[in-house]
Design a protein around this ligand. Structure first.
Ligand code: PXG
Length: 292
């Protein structure tokens, strides 16, 4: 028995879960998605992911095919159908089938599918030794064109940056906004720490408002560490004491160098290590039960 995918409300074997070549999600990247994780039979921050998905839909004027409750129930149903308690979940909503023109009015019904699979984790050494990252020349989309807060199916901006990062042999690439301020990485938010104050760019810098980012801000607050959401430049990353990235897949991961400049001691910092531990505890002790 293979992996079961939920497509438009129906559970199907992976090989039978297919969408049309006329789907505008494929033809134009017209759609939205979420990447969510389940830990020990519980979906982490499900409400936050669902809210972000429906906010993305609203911004691109996509009529959601189901309501939030049904979407949440379907996510849990896919996990149960595949007997997964620790998983990576991908929720995709496309504009649906239309004609070859751009006009979304020709797509009468949005499609959605949910994939839940085993999570492929980053190697342990990334967490123990930290990452070396590089700034790439591809700038993050300007919010006036396509707001990076919308988690749209059009990820070419990030993919172009990822390609540059790969050419430079780094596991993550740092993206600046059009003004030259630090925005985020291709699939992760960035934090820096200097003199025990944590700073992360606001979404208005041209970043996705990360669910992990928000969780880490809460955890830092519990430790009474000051957190600021402020614009900063590469200079501030070079001269930081510590740096780390956050994302659903990566969780909290230390960064020890940017563009050949060692950050702080060149090793994962103390506050970063504490937040990694706090985040791991949080993922194991919270979340919405999948049920059985
Ligand atoms: N910024 C961007 C551009 C993202 O795509 C994050 C930040 C982190 O957000 P969350 O809510 O997950 O803390 C993301 C995450 C991957 C991958 O393979 C990551 C994302 C999407 C697709 C793939 O690392 N999104």
């Amino acid at each position: 028995m293979g992996l079961k995918i939920l497509l438009d409300g129906q559970l199907l074997e992976k090989d039978n879960a297919k969408i049309s070549v006329f789907d505008h999600g494929l033809l134009y990247g017209d759609g939205i998605f979420e990447g969510i994780r389940a830990y020990s039979g519980r979906v982490f921050r499900l409400k936050e992911h669902i809210d972000r998905l429906y906010d993305s839909a609203k911004v691109i004027m996509l009529q959601m095919p189901v309501d939030k409750k049904k979407m949440s129930d379907d996510i849990k149903a896919v996990l149960r159908a595949n007997s997964l308690s620790d998983a990576y979940i991908r929720v995709v909503v496309t504009r649906g089938v239309g004609d070859l023109g751009l006009d979304p009015r020709k797509c009468p019904k949005a499609s959605y599918f949910i994939i839940a699979d085993k999570i492929s984790l980053y190697p342990d050494e990334f967490y123990e030794n930290g990452l070396e990252i590089a700034t790439v020349s591809t700038r993050r989309n300007i919010p006036e064109s396509l707001n990076p807060r919308v988690k749209s199916l059009n990820y070419l901006n990030n993919i172009m940056a990822k390609i540059e990062g790969t050419q430079r042999a780094v596991p993550e690439a740092l993206m600046l906004n059009a003004q030259g301020y630090v925005a985020e990485c291709t699939g992760d938010n960035i934090f820096i720490i200097r003199d025990a104050v944590i700073t992360t760019p606001p979404a208005s810098a041209g970043a996705l408002l990360g669910v992990t980012q928000e969780a880490v801000i809460e955890l830092a607050g519990k430790r009474k560490i000051e957190v600021r959401k402020e614009l900063f430049t590469r200079y501030c990353v070079f001269t930081a004491d510590e740096c780390f990235l956050t994302g659903t897949a990566a969780e909290v991961i230390p960064v020890v160098a940017l563009d050949g400049r060692k950050i702080g001691s060149g090793k994962p910092g103390d506050i970063t290590l504490k937040l990694i531990a706090d985040y791991r505890k949080l993922t194991k002790s919270s979340g919405e039960a999948i049920g059985n």
